[in-house]
Design a protein around this ligand. Structure first.
Ligand code: BGC
Length: 369
């Protein structure tokens, strides 16, 4: 079962887990009696250094996160080190190592490759730091205390549902010809996005409502290395010339806006009619496209909310309190189930954009024509 119903019970339970984990991690003065000792467990200095290791700038939400972490952590009294790793995995590994050497009490990590940070994060834990996976899960290591993210599986469910609704709305009666795009295989989010979407789409493929004309339906076949637009566009070009010479493409499942726009470009260049295309991130160009009736949908994951939740978690750890979590079963990273705080993603279409972005001063104006 996923989230919600047991949220309160889970919060209490997983909060205790967090403190136990930190005691085990060798935090100085840690107690072995997590129950009785929890309150006494020292947090860390109120002006501590906090490391935030962000991935590449593969979408606008990461750029916004950089700004918000710097501002929010400073405002909370901490000393932030916020870094992108545009050079790739090795750069991110080196950055985390340097953050640990600089005495960071918390490492917040948006991993480029969720499976390649074990050594650095284990060193962080050995040095007594807390590790929070931000937006993307860190895999195959004990060295992660908490996960703060939007519900990734639900993102996929919303995308799959939007694709079906968009097809019915814009493409008449089925069956519909569609293609599938997934995210980067090294990003731990890409699988839950795809699996969430396929939980909705697979039954419609099985009953013949949807036809994937290229025949490419497995995650491996449809993944997009590095979340790069050019990789998705190249794959779509090949599919369009190979499988759609004499037939219409009605819809494309895209995991985010950047790749969705790449698909729209490929289709336009092939001289085809605009298909129903999904997305994620509420990027400016895509919101404009949705309002103009081109891209069909995106997802709103308010980065301000995600960063605020992460900073609230850091403050709780600083004060030696239990961190708030609402899911203790969905995110198994291969060696442990990571207690998570999951936020709710929202679907956005032309119809509800103004309503969803009502409180977002940068996106709302785009819906007003
Ligand atoms: C994020 C998405 C984003 C993608 C590419 C994912 O991990 O959750 O919001 O579109 O990375 O940057």
């Amino acid at each position: 079962m996923r989230r919600t119903t047991f949220a309160l019970a889970a919060t209490a339970m997983a909060g205790a887990l967090v403190l136990t984990g930190c005691g085990d991690g060798g935090r100085e003065g840690g107690t072995t009696d997590a129950g009785a000792g929890a309150e006494e467990e020292a947090g860390f200095a109120a002006d501590a250094t906090i490391g935030v290791a962000l991935p590449q700038k593969t979408s606008e939400n990461w750029v916004l996160a950089e700004e918000l972490f710097n501002e929010g952590l400073r405002e909370a009294g901490f000393e932030p080190i916020v870094q992108f790793a545009n050079g790739g995995v090795t750069e991110q590994q080196n950055q985390i190592q340097a953050m640990v050497e600089q005495g960071a009490e918390v490492i917040v990590v948006g991993a480029i490759d969720g499976s390649q940070l074990g050594t650095q994060l284990e060193a962080a834990k050995d040095g007594g730091a807390y590790v929070i996976a931000y937006d993307r899960l860190v895999k195959n290591t004990e060295a992660v205390d908490l996960y703060v993210a939007f519900d990734n599986f639900q993102v996929g469910v919303l995308q799959g549902t939007a694709l079906l609704e968009g097809l019915a709305e814009r493409k008449g009666e089925g069956p519909y010809n569609i293609e599938l795009i997934a995210g980067s295989p090294d990003d731990a989010n890409s699988t839950p996005f795809f699996e969430g979407a396929m939980s909705v789409l697979q039954p419609r493929i099985d009953d013949g409502t949807l036809v994937v004309v290229s025949g490419q339906t497995t995650f491996e076949q449809v993944a997009t290395q590095g979340w790069k637009a050019e990789n998705a566009q190249r794959r779509m070009d090949t599919i369009l010339s190979g499988s759609y010479a004499d037939t219409e493409l009605h819809g494309v499942l895209s995991p985010n806006d950047t790749l969705g726009r790449a698909a729209l470009t490929a289709v336009a260049q092939a001289g085809k009619e605009t298909p129903v295309v999904t997305g994620q991130d509420s990027e400016v160009e895509s919101v404009k496209s949705i309002v103009a009736g081109e891209q069909y949908s995106t997802i709103y994951k308010d980065t301000r909310e995600l960063v605020a939740q992460t900073i609230a978690t850091i403050k709780a750890l600083q004060a030696g309190e239990e961190a708030d979590v609402n899911d203790t079963e969905s995110y198994d990273n291969g060696v442990k189930v990571v207690p998570a705080y999951l936020l709710t993603p929202l679907i956005v279409t032309q119809e509800n954009a103004a309503e969803v972005y009502e409180n977002d001063e940068s996106l709302f104006p785009l819906t007003q024509g």
